[in-house]
Write a protein that binds this ligand. Structure first.
Ligand SMILES: C[S@@+](CC[C@H](N)C(=O)[O-])C[C@H]1O[C@@H](n2cnc3c(N)ncnc32)[C@H](O)[C@@H]1O
Length: 220
């Protein structure tokens, strides 16, 4: 059986051409179009708004940001547009192609660098003032090693965004992932907080909406 890491890489590499469309609320096929319009699109928009408000509160000007599992680069570009120097790392090359093109189009290519890498593996990760793990823990049954690695390179703060355990969303998402031959896990908020605390961080702020939790940690 594939590891969670290989399953995530294969799934997101396949999904890459559709990823941004999904979060714009569009999609090919009736089911995908409906799910993207009523769930993924609105959730993504709300999560971006919550992240922007958090980033503005923290103040990113001149800060080094590490976006682990950067995907198509939307959150990296948001951080770069607020003045950060960003390194985005992702395991799926197809996602990185889209992220690089998006950076060029946004005129932010000089502030953000996208690289292929494995946030859950053993290779070195660059240190950062602020590390991001947005929508990544859900693809790992055992998410603690990922969190430990992120915490180890964090000089000041870590932001974690992960999916809530709302029952109908869990059922829908599980069905969609199973249909795509992929895996998704729904972690308890208290387990994520406990793992971050065990990795030397303390919880500074917690914002929850129906579909996602946003956690801000600080080096203890
Ligand atoms: C749901 S997407 C989130 C992308 C982005 N953070 C966002 O919020 O738009 C999850 C991303 O995590 C990446 N990923 C999963 N496991 C990874 C790992 N071990 N190392 C680096 N990236 C990983 C996937 O390839 C995918 O692009």
């Amino acid at each position: 059986m594939k590891s969670d890491r290989d399953a995530a890489r294969d799934y997101f590499d396949r999904l890459a051409p559709e990823y941004d469309r999904a979060f714009a609320g569009e999609g090919s096929g009736l089911l995908a179009a409906g799910v993207n319009r009523f769930f993924r699109g609105p959730t993504f928009a709300r999560r971006m708004r919550a992240l922007e408000s958090l980033f503005r509160e923290i103040g990113l000007s001149g800060r080094a940001v590490l976006d682990l599992g950067c995907g198509s680069g939307q959150v990296s570009l948001l951080a770069a547009s607020l003045g950060a120097r960003v390194r985005g790392i992702d395991i799926a090359p197809g996602m990185l192609d889209i992220a690089r093109e998006a950076a060029r189009r946004a005129g932010l290519a000089d502030r953000v660098r996208f690289e292929e890498g494995d946030a859950a593996g053993e290779g070195p990760l660059p240190p950062a003032d602020l590390t991001l793990l947005v929508g990544v823990l859900e693809y790992y049954e055992d998410f603690a090693p990922l969190l430990r690695r992120a915490a180890a390179v964090t000089r000041e703060r870590l932001v974690v965004a992960h999916t809530t355990r709302v029952w109908y969303r869990m059922i829908l998402r599980r069905l969609l992932f199973r249909g795509a031959g992929a895996r998704v896990y729904f972690h308890r908020q208290r387990d994520v907080i406990a793992a971050a605390q065990a990795a030397g961080l303390r919880l500074e702020q917690e914002r929850s909406e129906q579909a996602f939790h946003l956690l801000l940690f600080r080096r203890a």
